[in-house]
Design a protein around this ligand. Structure first.
Ligand code: CA
Length: 231
């Protein structure tokens, strides 16, 4: 599953340049050009990282940054500010409002990609590397292998993707809708109970040797990979 990047930028040339190159790099890209719509776009896209332009129509990048940091739903999403202003004071102002990094225009695309990876390594190591672990579960993205302790866990591709979503943000509760969106994609129509079926398979594979169940069912809501099983 790829890393989701939301680009909030009104210059069409930059939108295209970033979209093309980030997609080529394997990122999943969404674009919003209007500052006034930015907060809605964040809520809808649930990105892993945001590239945020400073000067936008209807709401500035700084105000958007401040609003995202205030909300408990969005305050953990890393933000890289893009700006044409080079003055040090502006840079500090940007960081003061909660941005994780800052890139001055004009920039090279390779610099943007390097900064995205660097910020994610710092803020969300689980999503940046090939090997992710949580408790006694290890997931290797490159080799598509999962282990529980020393025991290899055989998973189908859907169960692998589900676990990959969970392990990136342990403890976070995902609704069936969010899991459908992240694992099956928005264009595919899949019934909610299909999620339950695959969760069942994932559980069975993970707990095959009688280990504690790491997946928590949250009634009327969804599922989470839960920390409490580590006790
Ligand atoms: Ca702009």
């Amino acid at each position: 599953m790829s890393i989701r990047v939301l680009i909030i930028e009104d210059e069409e040339a930059l939108q295209g340049l970033l979209e093309y190159n980030l997609q080529k790099e394997g990122f999943e890209v969404s674009i919003e050009g209007d500052g006034g719509e930015a907060l809605t776009a964040v809520a809808e896209n649930n990105p892993d990282i945001i590239l945020l332009d400073w000067m936008l129509p209807n709401m500035t990048g700084i105000d958007i940054c401040r609003a995202l940091r205030k909300s408990p739903k969005t305050n953990a999403i890393p933000i890289i500010m893009l700006t044409a202003r080079v003055e040090e004071a502006d840079k500090l102002r940007g960081l003061d409002h909660g941005a994780d990094d800052y890139i001055t225009k004009p920039f090279s695309v390779s610099e943007v990609i390097a900064r995205i990876r660097a910020v994610l390594r710092r803020t969300n190591p689980a999503i940046a590397g090939d090997i992710v672990s949580y408790g006694d579960i290890t997931l290797d993205r490159e080799q598509m292998r999962v282990k529980r302790g020393a025991r290899p866990v055989a998973l189908g591709p859907t169960e692998f993707k589900l676990l990959e979503v969970f392990i990136q943000r342990p403890g976070r509760v995902y609704s069936r809708e969010q899991l459908l969106d992240r694992v099956w994609g928005q264009e595919v129509y899949v019934e909610h109970r299909t999620v339950d079926v695959h969760i069942g398979r994932l559980r069975k594979a993970l707990n095959q040797s009688g280990e504690a169940d790491p997946i928590r069912t949250v009634r009327a809501t969804g599922y989470a990979l839960d920390e409490t099983y580590r006790r």
